[in-house]
Design a binder for this molecule. Structure first.
Ligand code: DAH
Length: 340
């Protein structure tokens, strides 16, 4: 091949590189022209057959062919996916190219509410206690003074295992575990997952989160409970939040209350989120029933205490104005990135 023919071959090779769409295709072009049985070795061997006048220009054209083809192959690969390039033995890694931005994850709003709650109660001297998701029926119900006929024990409401254990329906059994292993006084906060056989809708999920609180000392009164929950409400929702307590019933507290915060979305005026009432139910609470103390070996004549349990999703929905609980579980980054 003389110089002109080599130049024509160069142009052809470069357009082959441009046409290659995959790493494999680029490699095939390399083999076709630069491989052991490719065009370049043939050209080099052919130089000997040329006249001395032709040989110089042809040699230079062969060099240009080799260099321009090599750099075109490298550039073509660099434009392709990282993963593909690694497979190539040309390895055209260019440290000066900008990296591929993969984004940094952010804390899930459920985790944010749990952490903020733990920090708020830590200021009141509470420490975190945890328990397992699989509980005994005794810890989840019996030790919490729940009678045999109580509807929450029904198979339709609770996920039971054949051996009598269950997926805990509330974080309250951690009260039992902690009191059994620790003498009074104590003040604990217990975040965790709970499970109920609920059908999923805008406000229900079979798997959700609660935060339990337990305070046991001497001469504890309902006023202490109200003070702690009102403090929590202001720290979590802001100074303007209203708090109210309504009489209620729980087997493990006497007296029992439910605690409502004014609706964060309408500031108590009444809207769709609070179903027009201006209030949102946040927690169940009360003074620990003496029978619970007896189950764990505390003397109800000596100690007294309060307990509460609140829904984490409920707080997140009210605080961030999330209209549907499912949004918290769907892992849709368009939703989650709003909390980054
Ligand atoms: N465990 C209750 C529930 O899931 C909430 C609750 C009510 C927790 C009163 C308490 C309490 O600690 O004292 O509905």
């Amino acid at each position: 091949m003389n110089a002109t023919e080599i130049e024509t071959a160069t142009a052809e090779a470069l357009s082959d590189v441009e046409a290659a769409q995959t790493v494999d295709a680029v490699e095939a072009v390399r083999i076709k022209y630069l491989g052991r049985k490719g065009l370049l070795p043939t050209v080099m061997k052919g130089l000997k057959a040329l006249t001395p006048e032709e040989r110089g220009p042809a040699g230079r054209a062969a060099n240009t062919f080799k260099q321009s083809l090599n750099s075109a192959l490298g550039e073509r690969l660099a434009g392709m996916q990282d993963g593909d390039v690694v497979e190539s033995n040309l390895s055209p890694f260019d440290a000066t190219l900008p990296g591929q931005w993969r984004g940094i994850g952010s804390q899930h709003p459920i985790s944010t509410i749990i952490r903020e709650t733990v920090v708020i109660f830590a200021r009141l001297g509470f420490t975190v206690a945890e328990g397992p998701d699989i509980e005994t029926g005794y810890n989840n119900f019996d030790a919490l003074n729940t009678p045999e006929h109580h509807p929450s024990k029904d198979e339709l409401d609770t996920f039971w295992f054949e051996n009598g254990d269950l997926l805990r329906t509330q974080t309250s059994p951690v009260q039992i575990r902690t009191m059994k292993s620790t003498p009074p006084p104590l003040s604990i906060i217990t975040p965790g997952r709970c499970y109920r056989r609920d059908t999923m809708d805008a406000t229900h999920s079979a798997n959700f989160h609660q935060i339990e609180g337990l305070y046991v000392a001497t001469d504890v009164s309902l006023a202490d409970l109200k003070g702690a929950l009102a403090y929590f409400a202001r720290e979590m929702m802001g100074p303007d939040v209203g708090v109210r307590f309504r009489p209620h019933f729980f087997p493990f507290t006497e007296p029992s209350v439910e605690c409502d915060f004014t609706c964060h979305v309408c500031a108590g005026k009444g809207c769709r989120v609070c179903k027009g009432s201006g209030w949102i139910e946040i927690a169940g609470a009360g003074m620990v029933d003496p029978r619970v103390f007896e189950h764990v070996g505390y003397d109800p004549e000596v100690v007294s205490g309060y307990a509460f349990g609140m829904g984490v999703e409920r707080i997140a929905m009210v605080k961030y104005g999330v209209p549907d609980i499912r949004m918290l579980y769907e892992n849709d980054l368009r939703f989650l990135h709003q909390f980054a």
